[in-house]
Design a protein around this ligand. Structure first.
Ligand code: ADP
Length: 337
C-alpha cells in the first residue's frame, strides 16, 4: 500500500532521517535539493529520486510534478523558512501536518497566548523597558537562529546596548532564564489520540556554549565578547525520570489547547523549547510545530523510542509509520493538512 505514495522533502535540516525513515517503512523517497546540495543525500543513499532546483522559488514551480509522483511533503523548519508561511498555505502538494498551526506559531504573541492557555510557564515579558528589573534577552523579529539577540543585565545595560539597534521597533524583551536548556520531542498521533515522547536534546550554540572555556578574568580582559546563539549542532539528553509526568502533561495540554484554537489541532512531531531552573520549574520559551533538528542524533532511535517500539524508531520513521497506518486505515485525510 505504501508503495503508491512517495515521501518528499527539501534536502536540508532533518531530511536524511525523514527519507531514511520513509524507506524503512517501505516508501519511495524524493529529495528536492538546491543545486550543489545533493551530496549528502547521494552519499547516504536515502533518496530514490533527487530533483534539483536553482532556488527555492523553483520548489513552488515543481508542484505539479510532485502531485503526479503521488508525493506527500514532510515539512521541516528549513522548508517553512525558505518557502515562507504564505506560500506554504497555498502549496497544493499533500502536506503532513496542520497548516493552520503556522499562524499560531509564527506570531510570537499568538504563540504565547496558546502556550499560556495550555498552562505552560513562560519567561516574563517586559513590554515597557523601564520595568526591566532582572537580566533580559532581547529578540528581534526575523532574527533567525538567535543571531540577532542580545542579553542585558539591567535597564542601564539594555539602554546602552539598544544604541546599536537604532530604529528597530519590532522586538520582544524577555526575562533571561538561567537553567538547563532542554528541547522536548513529542509526537501526537491523530489516529490513536496518544502523545509520545520521542526524546530530548540540547543545542550546541556558538559562541554562547564556548564562553565557559575562557575564564571570567579573560572574558573581562578581552575587548568585547557578546554571547550569540547561533545553532551549530545538537546533543543527546536524557532527563530525570521524575520530570516525565510533568513533561507528558505539558505535551497533552498543548495538544488539547491546539484543538480549540485551530481544529483539528497539532499533530505529528512537535517540540517544546524549555529551560529547567534549579527549582525544577520548566519554562517554555518557544514551540516548533514539526520535526526539529534536535531529533537528528536519534536516526537509530532514542532511549525513549526503544522503550516503546523495541526497534529503531527515529522521528522521521515515526512520521512515515503514521502515514502508513493512516493509509492502512483509510484515514490519510486525518494526517494531511
Ligand atoms: P530561534 O527561534 O531563532 O532559534 P530562540 O527563541 O529559539 O531563537 O532562541 C535562541 C536561543 O536563545 C535559545 O536556544 C537559547 O539559548 C536562548 N534563549 C532564548 N530565549 C531565552 C530566555 N528567555 N532565557 C535564556 N535564554 C534564551
Amino acid at each position: 500500500m505504501a508503495q503508491k505514495y512517495k515521501i518528499a522533502t527539501i534536502g536540508s535540516h532533518s531530511a536524511l532521517q525523514i527519507l531514511k525513515g520513509a524507506k524503512d517503512e517501505g516508501f519511495e523517497t524524493i529529495c528536492i535539493c538546491l543545486k550543489g546540495r545533493e551530496k549528502p543525500y547521494k552519499m547516504y543513499n536515502v533518496a530514490d529520486k533527487i530533483i534539483t532546483i536553482d532556488n527555492y522559488d523553483g520548489f513552488y514551480d515543481i508542484q505539479e510534478q510532485l502531485i503526479k509522483e503521488n508525493a506527500i511533503i514532510i515539512p521541516h523548519a528549513s522548508f517553512i523558512a525558505y518557502m515562507g508561511p504564505e506560500k506554504v498555505e497555498k502549496f497544493k502538494v499533500p502536506y503532513f501536518g496542520n497548516k493552520k498551526i503556522l499562524d499560531w506559531e509564527s506570531d510570537r504573541a499568538m504563540e504565547r497566548k496558546w502556550l499560556v492557555k495550555a498552562g505552560l510557564k513562560m519567561p516574563k515579558i517586559f513590554k515597557n523597558p523601564e520595568e526591566i528589573d532582572r537580566p533580559v534577552i532581547t529578540k528581534f523579529h526575523g532574527a533567525s537562529g538567535g543571531a540577532g539577540y542580545f542579553v542585558a543585565k539591567n535597564l542601564r545595560d539594555w539602554q546602552e546596548k539598544m544604541k546599536n539597534y537604532k530604529g528597530e521597533k519590532d522586538y520582544v524583551i524577555q526575562e533571561y532564564v538561567l537553567g538547563v536548556h532542554c528541547y522536548i520531542h513529542y509526537f501526537h498521533s491523530p489516529l490513536t489520540g496518544e502523545i509520545e515522547i520521542l526524546g530530548f536534546d540540547k543545542r550546541y550554540e556558538s559562541n554562547v556554549d564556548s564562553l565557559g572555556r575562557i575564564s571570567a578574568r579573560d572574558q573581562i580582559a578581552l575587548p568585547k565578547i557578546d554571547p550569540s546563539y547561533v545553532i551549530v549542532g545538537n546533543m543527546t539528553l536524557v532527563v530525570r525520570e521524575s520530570l516525565l509526568p510533568l513533561i507528558i502533561e505539558m505535551g497533552e495540554n498543548v495538544v488539547k489547547e491546539s484543538k480549540k484554537i485551530c481544529p483539528p489541532g497539532l499533530f505529528g512531531p512537535f517540540c517544546l523549547e524549555t529551560i529547567i531552573t534549579p527549582d525544577i520549574e520548566i519554562i517554555t520559551f518557544e514551540i516548533s510545530a514539526r520535526i526539529v533538528a534536535g531529533t537528528n542524533p536519534y536516526v537509530n532511535g532514542s532511549p525513549y523510542t526503544w522503550l516503546k517500539y523495541d526497534e529503531p524508531m527515529s522521528t522521521g520513521r515515526r512520521i512515515a509509520r503514521e502515514i502508513k497506518n493512516a493509509i492502512k486505515e483509510d484515514k490519510l485525510n486525518m494526517v494531511l493538512g
